[in-house]
Design a protein around this ligand. Structure first.
Ligand code: CA
Length: 408
């Protein structure tokens, strides 16, 4: 092979740098198509209990939003290192604004805490993460966003269900159609409830007869969030998690949600608090290593799972828990994040899953999501290869698999 042919082959087969590869999005829908879809949807909405008048009013002016489709298709692409995420999510500014929010809303938070048994710092932390304490509630018309996603069809049934719930909210007169605004995916108001969550858990806390999570006054939204956490099993005064230090020679196979043990068990293995002090308490906890063995370690408790019902991403749950702790006067994490590592992009995560499967550690498909099956596959491979079995999808791991397998 000639030198240029070889270089060309290399250029074709070598993975592009992360920022140059994007998920291809072909938007096939348009306003005409959406209007036709709405015609068909009408009967299903009426059958679900939406009145003809409410349907007419709610769906009037429904607009196809191509940007919403693009965001939906590209959402897997947005992978941020947890340390970059936390830098923004729990910044000094965010903490200061949260402290101000605690003061400004003290009276309503007193009542919320008494009514729902949920710590005010946790409620305010979710408010901070979801809308910067009400400053960024989203300005996309919810009906148009949900109709676009239902019509687009990638997760059509899910979004159609949400659209029907959104119409039901309007039918109940809880908010004016023009004020029902939110995110591109239909999450609404101060704490970004989807319509189905609103239906199940939103409350009228100020007593005006409307469960209004959209208004400038956040009382209903904050109480609804507390109701949500209470339903998810929140334990008042209990931690979400705590940073810990692991001893030399620790068995990393014990990390992960399956090993839930009393604190005394972890203490017996030599696990201490982050400063090296003894662990004390009766609670049960599991060990989480959000950045692998090279980053901070956390023991996590039942309140972690409660926050998880809001958003499953570890980075989100840690941000909410940590922001709440900082608002209560706690300090920053002690162990440094491995900031020199680059996280795998969407395509690299798929490649990792394909290569793990080819190596005999089946990830049951390649969807770029680092779920329990992929974690188990990574660990299986790490154990076989004599690596620290922390289950972390690192670039080093991918490079090792590449070096062992033929080029693709
Ligand atoms: Ca109200």
């Amino acid at each position: 092979m000639g030198r240029w042919a070889f270089l060309l082959l290399l250029a074709l087969t070598a993975p592009l740098p992360a920022q140059e590869r994007r998920i291809e999005v072909v938007i096939e829908g348009n306003q005409q198509g959406l209007d036709a879809w709405v015609e068909g949807f009408r009967g299903r909405a009426l059958a679900a209990g939406i009145s003809p008048a409410a349907f007419q009013e709610g769906m009037a002016g429904v607009t196809f939003l191509p940007k919403v489709v693009e965001r939906d298709r590209r959402q897997d692409e947005f992978t941020k290192a947890i340390w970059d995420y936390l830098d923004k999510a729990v910044s000094d500014d965010r903490i200061a604004l949260g402290q101000r929010a605690l003061r400004d809303q003290a009276a309503v938070l007193d009542r919320i805490e008494a009514t729902y048994g949920v710590d005010r710092q946790a409620v305010v932390a979710i408010w901070g993460l979801e809308s910067s304490f009400g400053a960024v509630r989203g300005d996309i018309p919810t009906i148009s966003a949900l109709a676009t996603l239902a019509y687009d069809g990638r997760r059509g049934a899910f979004f159609e269900g949400e659209l029907i719930e959104a119409l039901r909210i309007l039918q109940g007169g809880h908010v004016a159609p023009t004020a029902m605004l939110g995110s591109w995916a239909g999450a609404m108001g101060h704490t970004q409830f989807m319509p189905s969550s609103w239906a199940k858990l939103a409350v009228d806390f100020d007593g005006d007869g409307k469960r209004n999570i959209w208004s400038d006054d956040p009382a209903d939204a904050l109480a609804s969030t507390a109701a949500y956490l209470a339903k998810a099993g929140w334990k008042k005064g209990a931690p979400w998690g705590r940073e810990v230090r692991l001893p030399e020679g620790f068995d990393y196979l014990l990390a992960g949600p399956r090993t839930q043990k009393p604190l005394a068990y972890w203490a017996g293995l030599g696990v201490t608090d982050a400063a090296g002090g003894a662990l004390a308490g009766e609670d049960w906890a599991s060990l989480l290593l959000p950045a692998g063995a090279g980053g901070p370690a956390f023991l996590i408790f039942d309140n972690f799972a409660a926050i998880e019902t809001y958003n499953l991403a570890d980075s989100y749950v840690i941000a909410v828990g940590h922001l709440a702790d900082r608002l209560a006067g706690g300090g920053p994490f002690l162990a440094p994040w491995p900031r020199d590592l680059r996280v795998l992009d969407y395509f690299e995560r798929i490649e990792l899953q394909e290569r793990l499967t080819a190596a005999g550690f089946d990830t049951l498909g390649a969807d770029a999501k680092m779920g329990p099956r992929t974690l188990a596959a990574i660990r299986g491979y790490q154990v076989k290869s004599g690596l620290v079995p922390d289950g972390y999808p690192s670039l080093l791991l991918l490079e090792r698999l590449r070096s062992e397998q033929p080029a693709r």
